[in-house]
Design a protein around this ligand. Structure first.
Ligand SMILES: [Zn+2]
Ligand SMILES: [Zn+2]
Length: 353
């Protein structure tokens, strides 16, 4: 069986090629892809600005935000069947190395594979993909494939607040930095958990979007002193929870100024590869708790249930500002690269029933 599949050979060299699919191993499922989102990290790899995409080893298929339908299952697969709508984890931990057996995050796996970033792993930018049963999650039949493609993104924002012992409830006031796909997911997760949610972003259209997706208040950090604006909204006490989803240096530095006492700080936005000056001493004087999470752990099923519970309140499909058919992949990438302000999520679509 053949599949038209994209391969990133080197920066700016993304080709759709026809490949012969390998026969299924007993623990694998063959998936026909229905939709695949373009993530900011796909763009960074395409532009050669990130070392996560491993074209230095061999060409690989990008795409870790996907929804599809199972076409065939291997002889040993017991929990999935042909015809099921599915999505899957991004980081694929082996489960048997020392770090996996110690229960560490999948991103600590010593034999880590990663959907959409490595030549030893499949990717969503192709008509078909082959994935092991343990990384595949069924989604409800009434979901669009594009909504399935949002599960991975949503899980990052949701896990950012709730993973590794995190919690948030109606007693909390949360400040979320950055209205990208992950920030908007954290906003929905925080609001649904009952917290008062303040979202910070300098772009007016993004602040408007946040108000539609769970923000109680939005703040323009360029409109004045950020601490004063946040203090005003929190009666001077500052937030009890902060989720940093922008990866922006100014935002990261301001966390330590605006945090309330004993604030639980969750770092989700990427800032690796540079040093960001911060007033770290506030960690001591405010007893701050800082928590980072690279990816998620065991959150696929839970994310699908969470999204099912809120999908009538928040329109996930409306977050896809641009749709392209897979054969227009290069136009889609151009849009994701050049129209960052208006292209909130660029979604590739495949012919599928
Ligand atoms: Zn991503
Ligand atoms: Zn492992």
């Amino acid at each position: 069986m053949k599949s038209k599949t994209a391969f990133l050979h080197k920066p700016h060299d993304l080709r759709i090629e026809e490949v012969e699919l390998a026969p299924l191993k007993p623990n694998q499922v063959l998936i026909q892809v229905g939709a695949c989102g373009i993530c900011g990290s796909d763009v960074e790899c395409f532009e050669g600005k990130s070392a996560e995409g491993r074209y230095d080893i061999a060409p690989y298929t990008p795409g870790h935000e996907w929804g599809g339908k199972i076409v065939e299952v291997g002889s040993g697969v017991s929990t999935l069947k042909a015809g099921m709508k599915v999505t899957g984890d991004c980081v694929m931990a082996c489960g048997v190395c020392q770090n996996c057996k110690d229960g560490l995050m999948p991103s600590a796996c010593l034999n880590m594979r990663e959907i959409g970033f490595r030549p030893d792993s499949p990717g969503g930018m192709g008509e078909y993909m082959i994935v092991e049963e343990q990384y595949v999650h069924q989604i409800p039949d009434d979901w669009s494939y594009a909504m399935g493609a949002w599960v991975e993104t949503f899980s990052i924002g949701y896990f950012g607040l709730w993973g590794n012992g995190g919690y948030i409830d109606a007693s909390d006031t949360a400040v979320i930095f950055g209205v990208g796909p992950v920030g908007i997911s954290a906003t929905m997760a925080a609001k649904t958990s009952g917290a008062t949610v303040i979202v910070v972003d300098p772009i007016p259209s993004r602040r408007e979007l946040a108000l539609k997706y769970g923000a109680d208040h939005v703040v323009d950090p360029t409109a004045g002193n950020l601490k004063e604006q946040i203090d005003k909204l929190t009666n001077g006490s500052g937030p009890s929870v902060i989720a940093e989803a922008s990866g922006n240096d100014t935002a990261i530095a301001s966390i330590f100024d605006i945090a309330g006492h004993s604030c639980r700080i969750h770092l989700i936005g990427h800032s690796i590869g540079r040093k960001v000056p911060v007033e770290l001493g506030w960690t001591i004087w405010k007893t701050l708790k800082i928590n980072g999470s690279g990816g998620t752990k065991d959150f696929g099923q839970r994310t699908i249930r969470f999204m099912s519970a809120i999908k009538d309140k928040y329109d996930f499909d409306a977050l896809n500002t641009h749709y392209f058919s897979f054969d227009k992949l290069h136009e889609a990438m151009d849009t994701a690269i050049n129209e960052k302000d208006t292209a909130f999520k660029v979604m590739l679509q495949f012919p599928i029933d």
